[in-house]
Design a protein around this ligand. Structure first.
Ligand code: FES
Length: 153
């Protein structure tokens, strides 16, 4: 909990807000572990219910473990019409998981969203915050390989 204490000290000394505290925890663990939230609640005298209401309001936070890479497939209307279902099935097949799941090696978490607001680029896949527009099944294969390769160094 040394790192968490440092995050808590920043909250007290530099008056950063609770959302920033949660972001720092999320960056460290890739999600918000319950025991860490309980610790923060006790240390800062903030009710756990308040922390949870923030944690569940923002999509950037996750209460369940996430993989190292977050892969998001847009399933909004424009992306759907231009082939997102095929792209999603291909990713599910390659990673051997369904949307909402994480690979057993914790490398990838897959999720879907309804419109990322950039429909001109449809269909869109976002990996670790990077937008990949006009995605095709072939492009997906290359992308997943690229991220997997980076991990091997
Ligand atoms: S529907 Fe995918 S970005 Fe709008």
């Amino acid at each position: 909990m040394k790192d968490i204490n440092r995050i808590i000290e920043q909250y007290i000394e530099k008056e950063i807000d609770l959302i920033q505290v949660l972001h720092n925890i999320q960056n460290k663990y890739n999600y918000l572990p319950r025991e860490v939230l309980e610790y923060v609640s006790r240390a800062l005298h903030i009710p756990l219910s308040k922390i949870y209401s923030i944690a569940t309001f923002y999509a950037a936070f996750s209460l369940v473990p996430r993989g190292k890479h977050l892969c998001t497939v847009c399933m909004g209307t424009a992306c759907h019409v231009r082939g997102a279902p095929a792209v999603l099935s291909r990713i599910e097949e390659r990673l051997n998981i369904k949307s909402g799941e994480t690979t057993p090696d914790n490398q990838f978490t897959l999720e879907t969203v309804n419109c990322l607001g950039a429909c001109a680029l449809a269909p869109i896949v976002v990996i670790d915050g990077e937008y990949h527009g006009q995605t095709t099944v072939n492009k997906v294969d290359k992308l997943l390989e690229k991220y997997a390769k980076e991990d091997k160094g």
